[in-house]
Write a protein that binds this ligand. Structure first.
Ligand code: DX5
Ligand code: ZN
Length: 223
């Protein structure tokens, strides 16, 4: 399944005092989704946003909001994020006892259901629930912080994820997150990813608007 490339800028690296401006910049650069990193200080050693930020973003942009939950007990947050206007709800399998039930619940609430795998988490977690997935997120860093280095060995896992989705006839999007920048995006695209989260590479650049297009262009150089 060959999806068009989606670029999903992460507002974790935006200037929160100028969130509206920063979001408008990437929207005018052609961003497809806006990525929202939700961290609880337990599953990952950092604290960030809740459903309130999603509701605020919803008033700023019509783009789908791609919410990435790095929290324990994601089931507590499915309805609140759906009500706030999230379009994609992605969580990690280690954070809940009943992964399939929660994926089902996410879809029942009208959102796309995503499962995120840390670099050390086996792909087999996704294999068991592949028909319940609208998106598979392969983490290319250990989550928690922006501006970390892309872990090159994960490129092989992205390729295995692509092969798995194709073999099972899944049309789920294959997203990568962490360290995606000009020097890494083509490798991830070449391995079969179609959805690219980028935080510091976009909002840390001099021109976030054109950076969205630059990253997209580099995807087309992938072999
Ligand atoms: C990592 C988060 C990412 C983060 C990516 O813990 O899940 O979405 O914002 O930031 P960059 O693109 O700077 O690595
Ligand atoms: Zn993320």
């Amino acid at each position: 399944m060959n999806h068009d490339v989606y670029i999903s800028p992460s507002v974790l690296s935006a200037d929160l005092t100028k969130l509206t401006d920063d979001v408008e910049k990437v929207v005018s650069g052609g961003a497809d989704w806006i990525h929202v990193d939700v961290m609880d200080g337990h599953f990952v050693p950092n604290l960030t946003f809740g459903a309130g930020l999603v509701a605020a973003l919803k008033r700023i942009t019509d783009l789908p909001l791609d919410v990435h939950l790095m929290v324990e007990r994601p089931e507590w947050y499915i309805a609140p994020f759906a009500d706030a206007g999230a379009s994609v709800f992605t969580f990690h399998p280690e954070t809940t006892a009943h992964v399939q039930r929660q994926l089902d619940q996410v879809r029942a609430c009208g959102m796309l259901a995503g499962l995120a795998l840390n670099p050390g988490t086996p792909l087999s977690y996704a294999e068991e629930v592949i028909d319940d997935l609208d998106l598979l997120l392969i983490m290319t860093v250990n989550p928690g912080f922006p501006a970390q280095r892309y872990i090159e060995t994960v490129t092989g896992k992205v390729a295995r994820a692509r092969a798995l989705l194709d073999a099972r006839g899944s049309s789920a999007r294959l997203e990568v997150d962490g360290g995606i920048a000009r020097n890494t995006i083509a490798a991830a695209r070449g391995a079969g990813a179609d959805t690219f989260v980028a935080g510091s590479a976009i909002f840390g650049s001099d021109d976030p608007t054109s950076e969205v297009g630059e990253l997209r262009k580099l995807c087309h150089t992938a072999v």
